[in-house]
Design a protein around this ligand. Structure first.
Ligand code: ZN
Length: 285
């Protein structure tokens, strides 16, 4: 499943390819991709004559900003966008086609068919489901150490599932949680409210650094992922933890262990990320 860096890479690529293009018509070949409006003809009609002004992102959702509408798109497992000439062959599993007035097409392909599209009046998507419940946006200016600490300190829950919870913080999936916790030297099963101020700051920095590095590398292709220009992300070559069970930790050389935390395969170094016994609960700090 693409994580935030992959979706951000797709967004940046799409931005170069589709901004300023005007929709002539939309072909919906697979109805289940279109969630709102539930009538696919209405979906197609809303975008007719609309021009894409920008492509934004909230968590792992792409937001196509038209003149009057926002189209929210989630790629889920295998969704991909590509821009083609109208005369180019249609690849299998192409489900939605946005035909532009300049003779090019934005095609949405999805082998697994789990992707979704919703149309809202411009910007109303942020206050509606599925976006309204999303938590902190880790690549945004609003993601400050204070904002991160604010909620973290109060949670009597394991740190890994908390970081995976999209209502707390968006877009960090299994891979980047493991990488960030390693970088911060924090065991995935530590209780969030037992982290020291220093550990909170290290984790905050680790999340930002890991995601920025991944975006710079064009996203990860641990599970096959291709961005909007057909380029494959390269971040898997830089993963320090994920998928390296029994290999030596790059910091200390100890064998990396794999366990299951909150139902997810979890990689960690028992030496660099010790599961400290939480001390007696301090009050008021
Ligand atoms: Zn280590």
């Amino acid at each position: 499943m693409p994580e935030l860096p992959e979706v951000e890479t797709v967004r940046r690529t799409l931005e170069k390819l589709v901004i300023g293009k005007t929709v002539e018509r939309v072909s919906v070949l697979l109805k289940r991709i279109v969630q709102l409006p539930d009538d696919t003809e209405a979906f197609a009609l809303l975008l007719q004559g609309e021009t894409i002004r920008s492509v934004e992102r909230r968590g792992k959702f792409l937001r196509f900003m038209f003149d009057q509408y926002t189209m929210v798109s989630h790629l889920r497992m295998e969704g991909r966008y590509g821009v083609y000439g109208a005369d180019e062959n249609m690849e299998p599993h192409t489900h939605v086609i946005f035909h532009f007035t300049d003779g090019t097409e934005l095609r949405y392909k999805d082998v697994r068919q789990f992707g979704t599209m919703h149309i809202f009046p411009l910007n109303q998507d942020l206050s509606e489901l599925p976006l309204k419940k999303l938590g902190l946006e880790p690549l945004d200016d609003s993601f400050t150490l204070e904002a991160f600490r604010d909620k973290l300190g109060k949670r009597a829950t394991k740190i890994k599932p908390l970081l995976l919870n999209q209502e707390y913080i968006v877009g960090i999936g299994n891979i980047y949680v493991d990488e960030s916790l390693f970088l911060a030297g924090i065991h995935p099963e530590r209780e969030a409210n037992t982290l020291s101020k220093q550990e909170q700051a290290k984790l905050y920095e680790a999340i930002v650094a890991t995601l920025n590095e991944a975006v710079a590398a064009g996203g990860s292709s641990v599970k096959s992922y291709v961005n909007g220009q057909g380029e494959i992300g390269m971040f898997q070559h830089q993963l320090k933890m994920y998928g390296r069970k029994a290999e030596p930790c790059l910091t200390c050389g100890h064998a990396i262990e794999k366990t299951v935390v909150a139902g997810r395969g979890t990689h960690y170094c028992p030496k660099c990320q010790p599961l400290k016994r939480p001390k007696a609960k301090r009050s008021g700090s």
